[in-house]
Design a protein around this ligand. Structure first.
Ligand SMILES: Nc1ncnc2c1ncn2[C@@H]1O[C@H](COP(=O)(O)OP(=O)(O)OP(=O)(O)O)[C@@H](O)[C@H]1O
Length: 579
């Protein structure tokens, strides 16, 4: 496996005996690993960043067989000191680079889906196996390729009702929810009575319940669903996003393409408004503050920024360690709590952008106790026979909504689902899970929040494409487990969820409508919210110039505490609230 190039006219013997001919970039890399401890943590492809390299690293085409698999290994394994070392996995020397790459999970085996079923049969319940099998089929595997008995229809057409009515009328009533109507607040009560009386009078009608996050919309819907189903009537729960549907009993997803407000139905709807933040009802000052933030009515300074309550701001030194302080505040005594049932699900750090979220998640998984399991994705560019987009390039991409190429997990770590796999069973984009076990081709996870909490599921790797297919000049496909770590997540992903201990990391200000409100309103009280808001670079400069002026320069609308405290942008488009 050592190539030497030479001119056709050259004497072969002289070429072979030429001084240094036995050396290649790769043999020198092995040598550096032998000699220098520092080198052993560096991947072959990253070597030129640390050592002087006088040639370009060449790429390899999958059709080149062993040379290609050697290249795959070099892209993922550090510290190798010889070819044999590269072929060694868990102490066993494998005959080929291909087998070594497959054993390390770096290339896709021919039968990974079948293997994921086999692995699960060792310790899985029949219902979970059925679910895993259905998921595998929905990812494109033909049912005929399995030796199965004839399919028997469970639904009996002779009963005389359509399947949809049969299914809806067999949704189990959530008994606990039947008591919710006793504790509605006055806004919720007014909405509940108006809707229920239209149902009782058999009148029909369309109602639009409007209210910022945390004002108890879901609570109201659950009370209504329980009452209607308790009367043996049919109530179909739908929502525009699956995660919203999954927090309602028997919820289904309904994609609404055009805005309701532009619909001809809008004028005939009865509009019911909820305003009191119920999530934070134990902290009335904070509930009022949230209302002003949500409505864009909180007093701003001359840069249009709102002041954050002092007690939620973590102290800032301007150094990288500030983020560690936020992490320590959010996950105190982590080691003692890794396996506790509520600890890990009741806290999260929210940020606006994926790169910040990824950074925090990587910090957290290395702090988390336990053995690490690393799953590599299998990436390809569809229809790329000339290998213009080699896997080592594709591996570096992590478009929005896709899992990373290198997915590092530990037992009991929290993850979030990135696709709607089975919304009716609570598995949708945004569902939070905790990892309970792993095999090479399946991950055992437990749903930890919402009405399906406690359900165990087995996730296979599935092929995923970016939702925005214009993102790259080629069609990108990544086969990976459809999850990301969720110690941290984006504010958008957290919408609709209650996170009792929430921290917010804003290395730059929020950039979209209502984002600050959504982030702050995830928790139940001021004392459970922490925020690290780095001042906007432009404003910071202005602020420091202003600090030389007297505070009498504050205008009527401004807080004159302008020069103390932490300020940040709150983006609220009035036209969205008033249209
Ligand atoms: N009347 C009530 N009594 C007690 N708790 C309530 C009441 N209404 C709502 N809550 C609680 O307040 C929290 C927020 O309520 P809910 O999730 O229904 O709000 P939401 O408007 O649907 O929020 P989001 O828009 O963020 O999804 C929940 O923990 C809920 O149990």
């Amino acid at each position: 496996m050592h190539m030497v190039s030479f001119q056709a006219a050259q004497n072969i013997e002289r070429v072979v005996n030429h001084e240094g001919v036995e050396k290649s970039m790769l043999t020198e890399y092995f040598e550096a690993n032998r000699l220098h401890e520092d080198a052993r943590s560096i991947l072959y492809r990253d070597f030129p960043e640390w050592y002087t390299w006088q040639k370009r690293i060449v790429s390899a085409h999958p059709a080149e067989g062993e040379r290609y698999y050697l290249r795959v290994l070099l892209n993922h394994v550090t510290g190798a000191t010889s070819y044999e070392d590269l072929r060694t996995v868990n102490g066993e020397i494998l005959p080929t680079f291909r087998e070594a790459a497959e054993r390390r999970g770096l290339i896709e085996g021919d039968n990974t889906l079948d293997e994921s079923l086999t692995e699960s049969t060792l310790y899985e319940m029949p219902s979970s196996l059925r679910w895993l099998f259905a998921t595998i089929l929905s990812m494109g595997k033909e049912i005929e390729s399995f030796p199965l008995p004839d399919i028997q229809e469970e639904y009996d057409t002779s009963i005389g009702v359509t399947r949809e009515i049969f299914e809806e009328s067999t949704i189990e009533l959530n008994v606990e929810d039947t008591y919710l109507s006793d504790s509605l607040n006055s806004d919720q009560r007014a909405a509940y009575d108006e809707i229920m009386s239209a149902i009782d009078r058999d009148e029909g009608g369309v109602f639009f319940v409007d209210g910022p996050g945390g004002t108890g919309k879901t609570f109201l819907y659950r009370a209504l669903l329980a009452m209607v189903r308790g009367q043996k009537k049919i109530a179909i729960a739908t929502a525009t996003s699956s995660v919203a549907a999954s927090i309602m009993p028997g919820g289904r997803t309904q994609i609404i393409n055009s805005s309701l407000r532009r619909s001809y139905l809008w004028d005939s709807m009865r509009h019911l408004k909820l305003v009191r933040n119920m999530r934070a009802h134990s902290d009335p000052w904070f509930a009022e503050y949230l209302l002003r933030i949500g409505d864009g009515k909180e007093v701003t300074n001359r840069d249009g920024e709102v002041r954050l309550p002092d007690e939620i701001c973590v102290s800032r030194t301007g150094k990288d360690t500030d983020l560690d302080t936020l992490i320590d505040n959010t996950f105190p005594s982590l080691d003692a709590n890794t396996s506790g049932p509520d600890y890990i699900t009741s806290r999260a750090i929210l940020s606006t952008r994926n790169d910040s979220v990824d950074r925090i998640n990587l910090k957290m998984i290395s702090r988390f106790q336990g053995d690490e399991m690393v799953y590599h994705s299998f990436d390809c560019a569809v229809d790329d026979p000339h290998n213009y987009y080699p896997p080592e390039f594709l591996n570096t991409l992590t478009p929005n909504g896709l899992p990373p190429h290198v997915l590092k997990l530990k037992i009991n770590c929290p993850v979030i689902l990135l696709r709607n796999i089975d919304p009716a069973n609570g598995l949708c984009n945004g569902t939070r899970l905790v990892v309970r076990g792993f095999q090479r081709n399946v991950i055992d996870a437990e749903i930890v929040l919402g009405q399906h909490a406690g359900k165990r599921i087995f996730l296979p790797r599935i092929p995923l494409c970016p939702s925005d297919d214009e993102m790259f000049p080629f069609q990108f496909k990544r086969k990976q487990f459809p999850i990301r770590l969720s110690f941290a997540m984006t504010v958008n992903k957290a919408q609709g969820q209650t996170i009792p201990n929430v921290s917010i990391y804003l290395p730059e200000p929020v950039f979209s409508h209502g984002q600050l409100y959504v982030a702050l309103s995830r928790s139940t009280a001021r004392k459970n919210v922490k925020i690290l808001a780095v001042p906007d670079a432009g404003n910071k400069k202005r602020n420091s110039n202003d600090s030389k002026k007297k505070s009498s320069t504050c205008s009527k609308n401004e807080s004159c505490d302008y020069l103390v405290g932490t300020y940040t942008k709150n983006i609220v488009y009035k036209e969205i609230l008033t249209s």
